[in-house]
Ligand binder design. Structure first.
Ligand code: 5AD
Ligand code: SF4
Length: 458
């Protein structure tokens, strides 16, 4: 399509890390649009490049600097052609490293943290005037109120940030430092944004927060709403078909939220509920503020509310002081719960966090070996779960084209990727798919020819 704006500028954003970062990248593109920036798929020739970074585990900073190194010649080339490429580092590495990035990479124009991107137009103006910007404020401004209402390219499966930051201070985690104190948006603003996303074509909304089930937003009546109450209101939105939320803390799964899983038809039967370890001693050292028994109890109550609910989790192995017995407690927890899919990581000391100064480090080779054992078990469970779906007919939200011609890809209610041969007109719809095979990371199936199909054919 012909672009009408005469002074269209190319914006390339590279995103690392969590879904909150994906949401933020989309919102940065939205806020830069009135300034003439349009998103492109590659940094070559771009007028602005933003690296939206993640600091949660090791080597994040190194990766950013190696990416910056690759941008340098592109920036020089643009300048040689008489243009200008603004290079920006955003996200949690920007928050954590601040000035250091400008010192080490003199060709970087802007460094700004996750709480500041509503100030992007002003920052861009200054940077275009050759000022170098470092903005890592947590100034208490509500950035969400200052972002444009319109979402562009939010898609059929959209993210919506409802909560940011975290007050839990798990001893290994940088989030309370990079994202700041816990903050919940107002209910009215969230519901309005959800309606706009649905009007723009969203069939599925995933509400996001670093600690999403600690949500406590001001409701339209002035009272404080929890996540369960918010999900009930979102469930009422006409045209919305699916609701999800992530990421939750086991200690914040209250009765109302658990009950919502049994009551809300749009809430999908899949929950990411990180536990990190199965050992009470390690959970305590991690300052997780919950025990393994609390985790079992929450899982049991959730399964009672919604028997087909599938779980995923996050695990850290090799946390300082983890003995073989502690690790066996983790393996035991995994066996007892049974997960549909999981993420697992070796402990990585993050500078500035309490765990970075802990003694009793677990030797790298032991941590590697434990991670392999844990991942072996988790993979077995994931394959078993996927194979159990064979023969079922599942509603799949088809939102991507596959690599093979005529192939579409989407997500099942249990968040599995499903590959199917389907006509293009089923793109961006929820189609009934009969599952024929289950693999480690995906399912395949075929479209069930239902009413819609036969009507279309007649
Ligand atoms: N080391 C290893 N894994 C970590 N995570 C967070 N911080 C660390 C760390 N320092 C993992 C946790 C969290 C996920 C997003 O990343 O499992 O749930
Ligand atoms: Fe980090 Fe713990 Fe907060 Fe999760 S709950 S964001 S792991 S501090």
């Amino acid at each position: 399509m012909q672009e009408r704006a005469p002074n269209t500028k190319k914006l390339y954003i590279k995103t690392w890390g969590c879904q909150m970062n994906s949401y933020d990248s989309g919102r940065m593109a939205d806020i830069l649009r009135p300034l003439g920036y349009r998103a492109v798929d590659a940094p070559e020739g771009a007028d602005m490049v933003i690296l939206n970074t993640c600091h949660i585990r090791e080597k994040a900073t190194d990766k950013v600097f190696s990416d910056l190194g690759r941008l340098r010649p592109l920036k020089e080339q643009k300048e040689a052609e008489g243009g200008k490429m603004l290079v920006a580092v955003a996200g949690c590495v920007a928050q954590a490293e601040g000035d250091f990035i400008l010192e080490r990479a003199p060709y970087v124009d802007m460094v700004f943290g996750p709480q500041t991107y509503h100030e992007l137009p002003e920052m861009v103006l200054k940077a275009n005037g050759n000022e170098r910007i470092v903005n890592t404020d947590f100034d208490g401004d509500n950035k969400f109120d200052k972002l444009p209402e319109e979402h562009l390219n939010s898609g059929v499966s959209a993210f919506l940030s409802i909560q940011e930051g975290c007050d839990k201070f798990c001893t290994y985690c940088v989030v309370p430092y990079t994202r700041g104190a816990e903050y919940s948006r107002d209910v009215r603003a969230i519901i309005d944004e959800a309606r706009r996303l649905v009007d723009a074509g969203a069939l599925e909304i995933t509400v996001l927060g670093q600690n999403v089930n600690a949500f406590h937003g001001v409701g339209p009546d002035g009272s404080i709403w929890g996540l369960g109450q918010l999900l009930r209101a979102l469930n009422e939105i006409d045209g919305l078909e699916r609701l999800r939320y992530t990421t939750s803390h086991p200690g914040d799964m209250d009765d109302d939220l658990i009950a919502a899983h049994g009551e809300l038809d749009k809430l999908q039967p899949f929950l990411h509920l990180p536990v990190q370890s199965g050992s009470n001693k390690i959970l305590k050292a991690m300052n997780r503020k919950h025990t393994r028994d609390l985790y079992f109890d929450v899982i049991e109550r959730l399964r009672k509310a919604r028997p087909d609910l599938a779980f995923s989790s996050d695990f850290i192995v090799g946390f300082p002081g983890e003995t073989e017995e502690d690790f066996e407690d983790t393996m035991d927890l995994v066996r007892r719960v049974g997960f549909a899919s999981c993420y697992s990581f070796k402990f990585s000391a993050r500078p500035g966090t309490p765990a970075a100064n802990m003694q009793n480090l677990v030797h790298e080779s032991i941590a590697t070996e434990r991670l392999a054992r844990l991942q072996g078990l988790l993979n077995e469970q994931q394959i078993a779960f996927n194979k159990k779906c064979v023969g079922l007919t599942l509603p799949v939200l088809l939102d991507r084209k596959g690599k093979k011609p005529g192939q579409l890809v989407g997500r099942s209610p249990f968040n599995q990727s499903v590959f199917v041969e389907a006509p293009d007109r089923l793109m961006n719809t929820i189609a009934q798919i009969q599952i024929s095979e289950g693999f480690e990371n995906s399912l395949t199936g075929s479209v069930v020819t239902g009413e819609t199909e036969s009507r279309a054919a007649s």
